[in-house]
Write a protein that binds this ligand. Structure first.
Ligand code: GAP
Length: 452
């Protein structure tokens, strides 16, 4: 499986999906750029999510809040005092690690938050450094994961948001006052979040700058929250399947009761079998009225809801489905990557669900130096480009062009050949079956609207 990860990393760079960022300067601590096809894939995932959770839902509206919020918001949410991970340094090779991860890997114990216990195990049990193999650890200590910066006009530190959720709570009242939402309703947001992770890694799984797609779903504190919770969990699992992830590679992990925050009734992660093993893909948490109550307390503003049906004022409770976008990309890549042996040679084919494919249709003239074929193929590109992301390709032989499109997951290739000039038909070749059929140019738009 680790082999698969290495193949995906190399493929992603070669095929313009994901590049190591700042490479000409020697790189930049596990950061990545999405290349020309990668950005299409990522945008398609965002579109799919927005359609499913905003466009098709009467009870969810969108928001695009800022990355830099009033720093009081992070005091209220507890991020300034408590958004910490435990770190330890190897005194020999000077590498830094997550103390809780080292302890858990060596002993199976989850000692989150217990710094002294972690230090004792690290130092007394001689846990070896994963980098140099020696065992000489500093005491475990807390490290706040928020990135700090300064802003003209603001005294003190300003923070890059560590989750998109914050902005949603700050605009809860604006949405309530300016739209016709009624409880239960959700506010959805897609955007960047920043965490100064002690150890980033596993390609785009754990990044310091990443994107989240989050919903804060506001409910009546007296409602049957469990029904709403499981309804959301199922919707999250459905979305995972729409990314092409097989059901057998998904599992639920419920956080033990004693590890939950005091305000939470339940938290469940949806884990996916990444090439390095099952790990968190999405999360779902019952957050009670913690966030709205804290922001009300720190801002001095009432963040209540008046329920006309029951004539009650209350602070809504929140169910929060959260989705990592970069992890969705990595999961979709891992599930789609297939190596196939063919009668003649082999191929790498990305079997993305059609909705995710960066390019939907590739259009080829059989020969690049035959003007009639080239202009006919360009005409087809013009015909289809309004409705579909298309690519025109006239380099190399047709076999090579098919392989190139298979490798980026293009569902259909259209070839203009000499027969086209006679019968106004083209050859359409399908990615997975590699089957070919002749279709009239006049019917192309209809064919693709039906099949894509
Ligand atoms: N508002 C709740 C929240 O932020 P979280 O579990 O800390 O919850 C939500 O993060 C999702 O964001 C995770 O399920 C994961 O998909 C993604 N995520 C978290 N940290 C990440 C990181 N360092 N790199 C990439 N994705 C990350």
């Amino acid at each position: 499986m680790q082999d698969l990860m290495e193949k995906i990393v190399a493929w992603a760079k070669r095929r313009a999906f994901i590049y190591p960022a700042s490479e000409i300067y020697g790189g930049m601590a596990n950061s990545y750029s999405y290349g020309p096809y990668g950005v299409e894939l990522k945008n398609n995932i965002k579109k799919l999510w927005w359609k499913k959770f905003v466009q098709e839902r009467e009870d969810i509206v969108g928001l695009d809040g800022p990355i830099l919020l009033n720093p009081k918001a992070w005091e209220a949410s507890g991020h300034i005092s408590g958004f910490n991970d435990a770190m330890t340094d190897c005194k020999e090779c000077k590498k830094r690690f997550r103390a809780d991860h080292l302890v858990e890997k060596a002993t199976g114990q989850d000692l989150e938050g217990q710094l002294d216990a972690m230090t004792e195990i690290l130092q007394k049990q001689g846990i070896p450094c994963p980098n140099c193999g020696k065992s000489n650890w500093t005491a475990a200590r807390n490290f706040n994961m928020m990135f700090k910066t300064q802003m003209n006009g603001v005294d003190g530190d300003v923070y890059l948001r560590p989750e998109t959720a914050g902005a949603i709570f700050l605009d809860f009242k604006n949405v309530l006052d300016s739209t016709r939402v009624k409880i239960p309703f959700g506010i959805a947001q897609i955007g960047k979040a920043f965490r100064n992770e002690i150890v980033a890694g596993n390609f785009i799984f754990r990044l310091r700058e990443f994107e989240q797609m989050e919903i804060e779903y506001f409910i009546d504190p007296e409602a049957d929250w469990e029904e709403i919770f499981y309804h959301n969990l199922e919707a999250q699992e459905e979305f995972a399947k729409e990314l092409g992830l097989p059901e057998c590679d998904l599992q639920r992990y419920e956080h033990p009761k004693d590890k939950l925050s005091h305000y939470s009734k339940k938290t469940v992660d949806i884990e996916y079998k990444f090439p390095f093993g099952f790990s968190e893909l999405f999360g779902l948490a019952h957050r009670g009225d913690f966030d709205l109550s804290q922001h009300a307390k720190f801002s001095g503003k009432k963040l209540e809801y008046f329920d006309q049906k029951t004539n009650r004022h209350y602070i809504p409770h929140v169910i929060e489905p959260t989705f990592g976008l970069d992890r969705s990309v990595l999961a979709a890549l891992s599930a789609a990557y297939v190596e196939e042996n063919l009668e003649k040679g082999s191929r790498v084919v990305m079997k993305f669900p059609k909705k995710l494919a960066p390019i939907k249709i590739a259009i080829f003239p059989l020969l690049k130096n035959k003007e009639e074929l080239v202009s006919k193929a360009k005409g087809i590109f013009e015909l289809l480009k309004d409705d579909f992301m298309c690519e025109f390709d006239d380099s190399g032989n047709i076999g090579k062009r098919y392989r190139r499109q298979d490798e980026i997951g293009t569902p259909y290739c259209v070839t203009v050949d000499f027969d086209t000039l006679e019968d106004n038909s083209v050859t359409i070749r399908e990615r997975d079956s590699m089957e070919q059929q002749r279709v009239e140019i006049n019917s192309l738009l209809k064919f693709f609207k039906k099949n894509l």
